[in-house]
Design a protein around this ligand. Structure first.
Ligand SMILES: *[C@@H]1O[C@H](CO)[C@@H](O)[C@H](O)[C@H]1NC(C)=O
Ligand SMILES: *[C@@H]1O[C@H](CO)[C@@H](O)[C@H](O)[C@H]1NC(C)=O
Ligand SMILES: *[C@@H]1O[C@H](CO)[C@@H](O)[C@H](O)[C@H]1NC(C)=O
Length: 215
């Protein structure tokens, strides 16, 4: 049985969310995820500089998956297991990369980069699948999550018009990266003890870092 990732304790009329036993990220996951992170660190060049200004692509509304979604889900979805969030992360980002690749012509300078990200995500998912029991991966999902899953796997032509959103590839990869640090934080432990990768504000105040030129 998997423990809940958070437990709510009623204290003096206040709900405090205390970290409890996490489904720990197996150490084997850290190698492919760090490789993923190395690739993602070049996203500004490939997903912004190589694309027209303000370029956006059409994605499913549920493919916009940010830290704020994770905190909302942790608060409101009963019996939500970390593992389920990790599975959702894979599912969403595979879809995102597929959609970015689809708009890039064969010779687009960012295409090999995007294909590499896709391959690395598949590799990481392979390790993920191997390091968990089948029954964990096939557990019944909380209804909210099952509904998201179903809408993500819906045939595109059956997705209602109102469920599509436009987003820039760079913003989608920012979400991809930030949620990875949060959901697999054991692999990205920082020397700064105060670092909380799941805090929405972490990236707001960290925005400047994002503007630095990259190698
Ligand atoms: C991700 O990779 C970049 C570039 O290799 C590195 O500077 C950064 O510290 C890494 N992030 C984390 C959270 O490990
Ligand atoms: C890009 O978007 C920004 C903010 O919405 C806008 O101010 C700017 O004019 C746009 N640039 C182009 C080239 O469309
Ligand atoms: C994340 O939240 C936004 C609204 O802020 C919503 O449109 C989107 O569908 C949510 N994503 C998921 C995966 O639930």
């Amino acid at each position: 049985m998997i423990q809940l990732s958070t437990s709510a304790c009623l204290l003096g009329g206040l709900f405090l969310i205390a970290p409890a036993v996490m489904a720990p990220t197996p150490a084997s996951m850290c190698t492919p995820l760090k490789t993923m992170n190395d690739s993602l660190s070049h996203r500004r060049r490939y997903m912004k500089h190589n694309l027209p200004i303000n370029y956006t692509i059409r994605v499913h509304q549920k493919e916009i998956f940010k830290l704020s979604n994770i905190s909302r889900m942790r608060l409101h979805v009963e019996g939500l297991d970390e593992l389920v969030l990790q599975m959702l992360w894979f599912q969403i980002n595979k879809g995102v990369l597929k959609k970015i690749l689809r708009v890039m012509p064969e010779r687009h300078p960012s295409r090999p980069y995007t294909a590499e990200l896709e391959q690395r995500l598949k590799d990481a998912e392979g390790v993920f699948d191997q390091s968990h029991h089948a029954e964990e991966l096939q557990q019944e999902l909380p209804e909210t999550i099952q509904n998201i899953w179903d809408s993500l796997t819906e045939e595109p032509d059956r997705v209602p018009e109102s469920s599509w959103r436009y987003a820039s590839p760079k913003s989608l990869l920012d979400n991809f990266c930030h949620t990875m640090y949060c959901l697999f934080r054991e692999c990205f432990a920082s020397t700064e003890a105060q670092e909380d990768y799941c805090a929405v504000t972490h990236w707001r105040k960290g925005r400047k870092k994002d503007l630095q030129p990259e190698s």
